[in-house]
Design a protein around this ligand. Structure first.
Ligand code: C5P
Length: 313
């Protein structure tokens, strides 16, 4: 009885935290990519690496806290036994990790080209891809109402992207169409990667007994390796001339912190609830971020398409 009420608390607590984290992240990330700051803009690829480092550090601390003896030696032993001594278990995480790294980079591209609310609504297509992967990979069964809600979601996404009076302003037409197309493409690829990686991670988590924080460290270690490869392949020249942390300011660090927090919360949600519930929880943040964009950021008018904005991207 007590155990089930604890897990209900964890389930809804983690879902609520996810709503808050998603809403603040998308607004801060959008602001960080479009604000007119002095000097070069920060490199999204380096932010992805910093996030992975932070997640690994946070998960290590959580394992330290959970360790009954709370000794550094005991924690090191746990990490050694669970990560180094089980190479096959660790290697399973290369797939979701590689996909998440690509996705984490794509989301910066998307938010450089689309306004926060359009991005949020379009990215909800990931609920559909998640449902399809949950049915095919995990053998989940969805009821008629669940399929109906997915259909309504798809209709909403199509309506958001439906062309409106933009063509009446010819000089905006080319700029916005190209800009929006890049953003949309990035979001659509991210929807597939999110659905697949999330369900794959859930499968690994629920089919083995390893602790969720150990799984997250394994995920983060590969994410770090993939992320560093991305930095040097994509932004190598810029890092050599301007440094790894060029363009960082306090907002950038808030984005990195929120991203890292998101990784931890998502892992908890996948453990205590599931990926489909996670998708619907993030949908609630659409309403929140739309309202905030509309009233405080003047970044979104629900009756007009986004003009898109992009600096050096
Ligand atoms: O949009 P979506 O829900 O797919 O985003 C998942 C995010 O959470 C990614 O940034 C991924 O790197 C992160 N994540 C994590 N640890 C997990 C699962 C996801 O850090 N166990």
């Amino acid at each position: 009885m007590l155990r089930s009420s604890v897990s209900t608390h964890q389930k809804y607590g983690s879902l609520g935290l996810l709503v808050l984290q998603t809403t603040t992240l998308v607004l801060t990330m959008r602001y960080s990519r479009t604000q007119q700051a002095e000097g070069p803009r920060y490199l999204a690829s380096s932010a992805v690496v910093c996030t992975e480092l932070l997640k690994i550090a946070a998960c290590t601390l959580l394992i330290f806290r959970d360790n009954s003896k709370s000794l550094v030696h005991a924690m090191n032993q746990t990490l050694w036994d669970e990560i180094v001594s089980k190479p096959l278990e660790t290697l399973k995480l290369t797939i979701p990790s590689g996909i998440y790294t690509l996705q984490n980079n794509l989301l910066y591209v998307a938010l450089s080209h689309l306004d926060a609310a359009t991005y949020q609504v379009t990215y909800q297509l990931k609920i559909l891809t998640t449902a399809l992967f949950s049915v095919s990979l995990l053998g989940k069964r969805l009821g008629n109402y669940q399929w109906l809600s997915l259909l309504i979601l798809m209709t909403g996404v199509v309506l958001v992207q439906w062309p409106s009076d933009l063509t009446l302003v010819p000089e905006l037409e080319n700029l916005s169409a190209g800009t929006q197309f890049m953003g949309l493409l990035a979001v659509l690829v991210a929807c597939f990667s999110s659905g697949f990686a999330g369900v794959y991670f859930e499968k690994i988590l629920k089919e083995s007994k390893q602790c969720v924080w150990i799984r997250n460290i394994q995920l983060g270690l590969f994410g770090l390796a993939f992320g560093l490869t991305g930095v040097f392949a994509y932004d190598g020249d810029r890092v050599l001339t301007g440094g790894f942390l060029q363009g960082y300011n306090s907002i950038t660090w808030i984005v990195v912190l929120l991203q890292a927090l998101g990784g931890l919360v998502i892992a908890a949600v996948i453990k205590y609830a599931d990926n489909i519930l996670k998708g619907f929880a993030t949908s609630i943040s659409i309403i929140l971020s739309s309202l905030i964009s509309y009233f405080w950021l003047e970044d979104f008018d629900p009756t007009r398409p986004s003009s898109g904005s992009c600096r050096n991207c």
